[in-house]
Design a protein around this ligand. Sequence first.
Ligand code: 6PG
Length: 253
Amino acid sequence: MTSGVLRQVADAEAVARVAVDLVVDAAFRSVAERARFTLALAGGSTPRRLYQFLASAPFRERVGWDRTHVFFGDERHVPPDHPDSNYRTAREALLDHVAVASVHRMRGEDPDAAAAAASYEAELHRFFGLATGDPPPPLDLVLLGLGPDGHTASLFPGSAALDERSRWVVAPFVRQLYAYRVTLTLPVLVRAREVLFLVSGAAKADALARVVSPVIGDALPPAARVRPETGAPVWIADREAASRVPKGLWGTT
Ligand code: 6PG
């Protein structure tokens, strides 16, 4: 069994509503302690409603956006205005509506995805003032989703990216999608001060159950390998997504 805290809520709207309070809290603590808030946004569709909440009253006024630096956990290999772009989702739902201190976009438009990954890693080094060989940066909060196959960010089952131990950003060819992706690697994800997974819908039920209670002999779902050094991730899942989680295995609140 992997460790974690599972907060089971009614539906997708409740996932976003519970998550927005946790993001606001993390932002407040980060700014109070370090005068800035470094936030890595999740891709996919689940977090859109959370981003809309963050851009709306009363939550919008509760975040120090002028101290907030936005990063991305992963990006599709598409231009930033493409319908599949994680940046476009975040821009439309949040970034166009709040004045953040900086946005660090993965360049999905770069024809060479590996070059996009390398330039993002260089950007992380610059922003955090870290040299080659230094440990990865401790992002204050990383938001992540869960795929039906147990992937998170763009770390898919069977991918060599899961075994990356030194690079912070890679560009795996995802055979399940027949497409390249750009993604943070596990060394970065586990350095996060806080990790928050957002999971909604029956399609995720099997994956979430395998995260909470891995099947002996099966490969651990990639999402289950995100074990932050600072403590267990927080999972917010709606009833449909949590429907196959063995009762009582995690502190459900
Ligand atoms: C992506 C994501 C990916 C996503 C899950 C869940 O770029 O697609 O980073 O890991 O979080 O696939 O996606 P949904 O929220 O759309 O179900």
